[in-house]
Design a protein around this ligand. Structure first.
Ligand code: IMP
Length: 177
């Protein structure tokens, strides 16, 4: 992809805000007396996490984990490793994993396996977007914002080669030629 690539809006910021509020209401209903541990997968989930937790009016903890898939640009190599682990204790906690996008499912599946080994009381996945067309590994999504088409998305935390994370809307990339 070149500098000719221009982001086109797929999901406007207002739609994202309503989806985040809806997800927060569902999460609040299920977790409000459980002091959950919300774990965001870096870097893509940072904006979603920040907006989501500000809609949750009950005690909770926030953590981040960073994984690397040894890939840049659009394609993941499929080999995943943890490059920034957790400082919180997961054992005995109600854990909610927060993702920006589930695409092949390899990243979320890997992190869910890693967390499950630490014996949380419960473990669920909340993702803002789901791109089911490219799934290689099935993952159970507990809370979902949007199902999205098979396009490469940027904005609202999502990047292409570290660019476009700061766009307030979720966009797709289209070559201008
Ligand atoms: P998966 O392992 O293929 O499910 O994808 C996991 C990671 O790939 C996500 O956390 C994103 O960081 C990245 N990713 C997948 N699809 C997209 C996309 O459309 N735009 C930007 N990043 C993506």
């Amino acid at each position: 992809m070149s500098s000719q690539t221009k982001p086109q809006i797929l999901l406007r910021r207002e739609e994202i805000t309503s989806a985040v509020k809806r997800l927060a209401a569902e999460i609040e209903r299920d977790y409000q007396n459980r002091y959950p541990l919300l774990i965001g997968i870096l870097k893509g989930s940072f904006i979603f996490m920040a907006d989501l937790v500000r809609q949750l009016d009950f005690p909770l903890e926030v953590e981040f984990i960073r994984v690397s898939s040894y890939g840049r640009g659009r394609e993941s190599s499929g080999a995943i490793k943890i490059v920034r682990g957790l400082t919180s204790v997961v054992k005995g906690r109600d854990v909610l994993l927060i993702e920006d996008i589930v695409d092949t499912g390899l990243t979320a599946g890997f992190v869910l396996d890693y967390l499950a080994k630490k014996k949380p009381t419960s473990l669920k996945l909340c993702t803002l977007t789901d791109k089911p067309s490219r799934r290689q590994r099935s993952v159970q999504i507990g809370y979902l914002g949007f199902t999205v088409p098979n396009k490469f998305l940027v904005g609202y935390g999502l990047d292409w080669d570290e660019k476009f994370r700061n766009l307030p809307d979720i966009c797709f990339l289209e070559n201008e030629d």
